[in-house]
Design a protein. Sequence first.
Length: 421
Amino acid sequence: MERSLVVAAACLSLLVAGGCSAGKPVASAPPPNVETIVATNGTITPALQIAGVIVPYRQIGVAADLTEPLMEVDVQEGDYVHAGQVLGRLLVDDLEAQLASAEHILAEDKARYFQIAYQVRATNALDQSAIASARAVLHQDEVNLAGALVDLNRYVALVNQGYLAQQTADEQRTTVASDQSAVVAARAALNQALANAEANGVGTNAGVQLQELAADREAVNSAEASVVQLQRQIARAVIVAPAEGIIDAVNANPGEYPTQRQLFTIEQNATVYAVLPASTLQVTDVRQGASATITVPNRSERLVGRVVAVLDQVAPGTTTFTVKVQVDNRNGKLHAGMPATATVNLPSVSGVKVPLTAFVDDTHRSVYSVSGGTVHTLDVTYLNSDGTNAIVRGLRPGTVIVKDVESSTVADGDTVAVITK
């Protein structure tokens, strides 16, 4: 009875909707339309997005190494300075007085050295003149002696032959003896001249005057070294910036003695680094030299940099690494301490390319293929993605797959009508 009532009610409903034909089958609903694509070989460039902070290229501490009071400070925190710009000055009146005294001593030592050098040259010239004169006298005396000996031999022969008196020969012997004495004296004079010249500086390291000259030269060298040292100390009293950058800290006040204390800190920021903590899985494919795009909150600019280092674990036993990206900051828009996000390009990956929307779930382990109008689950191996498409293994090129699983609301085994784009 209840079954008859249900059937009657159903027929009544069909009659109201448009009629009820007894014995005529009801038509089934058509299969849903599903958008699909054909998997193809392709190449993608994956990207890794990691967050970090901006740090300066370098921080430089500037100190003073003189025990002199600080006279002036010419910069303040926040100032932009250039290499060589004066940051401060030390009071060096005592060093300047020492320099004046050292320069005076140097002038005296040089004058003494030049005087001794002149005397040595003059003495050497006189000695050479004396040697030349002694040699000329000796030569002349030797010539005279040779002539006298010739005459003596001739006179002796004439005396023996009876042509000349014995007195003439005896007188010639006296002349020869006199000439011999003259030669001996001339040789002694030459030897004395040579000895004087050697004593006065002829020859290597010879002579009292040369020794005195060498001592005076050493005195000049020592005085010059003292002058140069004082000049360099005074030059260091002017504290200059070693590089271009922003004055990050000033720890200097006039009147203080700032020896060996850091007075100024300069932050080089024409180039900065984005320091990005990353896990082991993230840094696996990061390569030095890879390009990266840097963004900071509330800024629309996208700055391009490059990976300069992938630093090892921050602390032993951890799995946190650091990716260091160098960024050109000549426009000064990035400041140390700013949070930053970097998109680092990874090495390209090739294989079968599918859209990320084709994965059945977030594990990226399977996709839906469509064959003969029926949906099938295919297991795949995910390699990497570029945020839009992924490269997988385990899927043949040409396979028809569901393009967007979430919007299609299909499941394994469903019958579908394929729409291929």
